[in-house]
Design a binder for this molecule. Structure first.
Ligand SMILES: NC(=O)c1ccc[n+]([C@@H]2O[C@H](COP(=O)([O-])OP(=O)(O)OC[C@H]3O[C@@H](n4cnc5c(N)ncnc54)[C@H](O)[C@@H]3O)[C@@H](O)[C@H]2O)c1
Length: 452
């Protein structure tokens, strides 16, 4: 499921004549249900019903109503925020949510404690809980699984997620979750360097495990997982390379496999993010962004990457001083296909993912995923997704649903530990190439028959 999380949406034009009228006196839940496909932005305010009655009976101005305290701290007023959040959680879109309380006149020290309490309260309702991508969707969009237990190094965060999901326990550690008799399969979505210990523990417990990318940051750690899985004798691990579940990439793969473009010769990719925080360093365009192109190219071509070069073009003034942005990766596969990947993480205008394969007899490329095209004032325009959540929302759902199905069928599918290892090896070579400026050969073991 997609819980409402604070994320930018380009769909604001769709709200114009719809749920904007969801003000006190209207039925917010009814409006959300009726205009569900038109909601991209939500403004939550809580009103005191007694003051609202005065507004109506005395014809008060907005300023006078605020002075009398018409705006109150959640959950004191109407509509019920928990019900609103629950209803919004069922929508098929990431949402940008603003929470506001008008206070006038007001002492400077009053708003911050209210804002802090409000944030905690709404997090308990499931709004803006950071780990929502997995737990929430498992609970309400997908079928065949329920979230029995969660853990996080931040125990308050785990408790907030557990409270937002019926029948879910917050446990003290990831190892307790893995060991719990109530847990049949495990999702690991903690920070990358922590993945190895949890994935190994799940294999040891004989439980299928879905691990977000990276399987582990270093190839050696990935190999330990590969070896443990082979020793267990069956595939238990799936890695979160969700692009393989995107409709566009699946159509590309079909076209290549069906021979529509003949033998592939070149792949042109672009991976553009609107902006990244100051903490983003020059290795992260490789380890956080281009890893997706590394996996998807291997998958589309059925070929391994054998060497990588990284070019550092003129830097954008929108990047922090320590960040090389953009970067251009050139990957060469064992069969000789060349793949170029532009990674540009401060492109400003949107989240733009491109992929074109050039074959001996034709080309095939991803189409713009926008559901509509707008023509007016002498121009034609298609909106660009605001971020990765919006661009790959469908892929995340399909990925997790197919994983649940595979667990129930006891038949592993999807990206394997081997794929996690191969991408870590390419990523390591790319980091060496970035630092040295030299073409770098990927050091990789031969694929064992277990993963063929
Ligand atoms: N496939 C994709 O498109 C995609 C997108 C975003 C994130 N990711 C991956 O998902 C993972 C999480 O990313 P995020 O953006 O949700 O990060 P995040 O920082 O929002 O969340 C990570 C959580 O892990 C918890 N944590 C840290 N160490 C822990 C430990 N030892 N045990 C238990 N919990 C621990 C943190 O407290 C935090 O709540 C990363 O591996 C990231 O690369 C993948």
């Amino acid at each position: 499921m997609r819980r409402p999380v604070p994320t930018r949406s380009r769909r604001s034009w769709t709200t114009r004549s719809g749920p904007r009228s969801a003000r006190p006196g209207g039925d917010a839940i009814d409006l959300i249900r009726r205009f569900s496909d038109r909601i991209g932005y939500v403004h939550i305010k809580q009103m005191d019903p007694a003051v609202l009655a005065q507004v109506r009976s005395e014809g008060l101005s907005f300023g006078e109503a605020v002075k009398r305290g018409v705006c109150v701290e959640p959950p004191a007023g109407v509509p019920d925020p928990a019900m609103v959040v629950r209803e919004l959680a069922g929508l098929d879109a990431p949402l940008f949510v603003i929470v506001e309380q008008d206070l006038y006149p007001c002492e400077p020290g009053v708003p911050l404690p209210i804002a802090t309490r409000t944030q905690h309260y709404l997090a308990q309702c499931g709004l803006g809980v950071p780990t929502e991508r997995w737990q929430g969707r498992l609970a309400s969009v997908l079928s065949g699984a329920r979230v029995a237990a969660v853990a996080d190094a931040d125990v308050d965060r785990a408790a907030a997620v557990a409270r937002s999901l019926p029948g879910t326990q917050a446990l003290a550690s990831g190892h307790e979750v893995i060991g719990s008799g109530a847990v049949d399969a495990v999702v690991v979505t903690s920070w990358g360097p922590t993945h190895e210990e949890y994935v190994l523990a799940a294999i040891e417990a004989g439980k299928p495990v879905f691990c977000e990318k990276p399987l582990a940051p270093a190839p050696d750690a990935c190999l330990r997982i590969v070896e443990a899985e082979m020793a267990a004798g069956r595939r238990l691990v799936q890695v979160g390379f969700m692009r393989r579940y995107d409709r566009g990439y699946r159509a590309l793969k079909r076209a290549v496999d069906d021979g529509v473009i003949g033998a592939p010769l070149l792949v042109h990719c672009a991976h553009r993010n609107p902006a990244v925080p100051e903490t983003f360093t020059s290795d992260m365009p490789v380890t956080d962004a281009a890893v997706h192109e590394m996996d998807i190219s291997r998958w589309l071509l059925g070929d391994e990457v054998a060497a990588v070069s990284v070019l550092a073009p003129r830097r954008t003034r929108h990047a922090a001083a320590h960040l090389q942005d953009p970067q251009l990766l050139l990957m060469e596969t064992a069969a000789g296909v060349h793949i170029d990947v532009e990674v540009f993480v401060n492109c400003q205008y949107g989240y733009d993912i491109r992929c074109e394969l050039v074959g001996e007899t034709g080309t095939v490329s991803l189409a713009n995923p926008a559901p509509v095209a707008v023509r007016g004032a002498g121009s034609a325009a298609e909106p660009v997704p605001a971020d990765w959540r919006e661009r790959f929302a469908g892929a995340y759902d399909t990925e997790l649903q197919e994983w649940v199905n595979s667990v129930r069928a006891a038949q592993a599918t999807g990206p394997s530990s081997w794929d996690g290892y191969a991408v870590a090896a390419v990523s390591e070579a790319a980091l060496t190439a970035l630092e040295s400026g030299q073409r770098t050969v990927v050091v990789m073991k031969d694929r064992p028959p277990f993963y063929s």
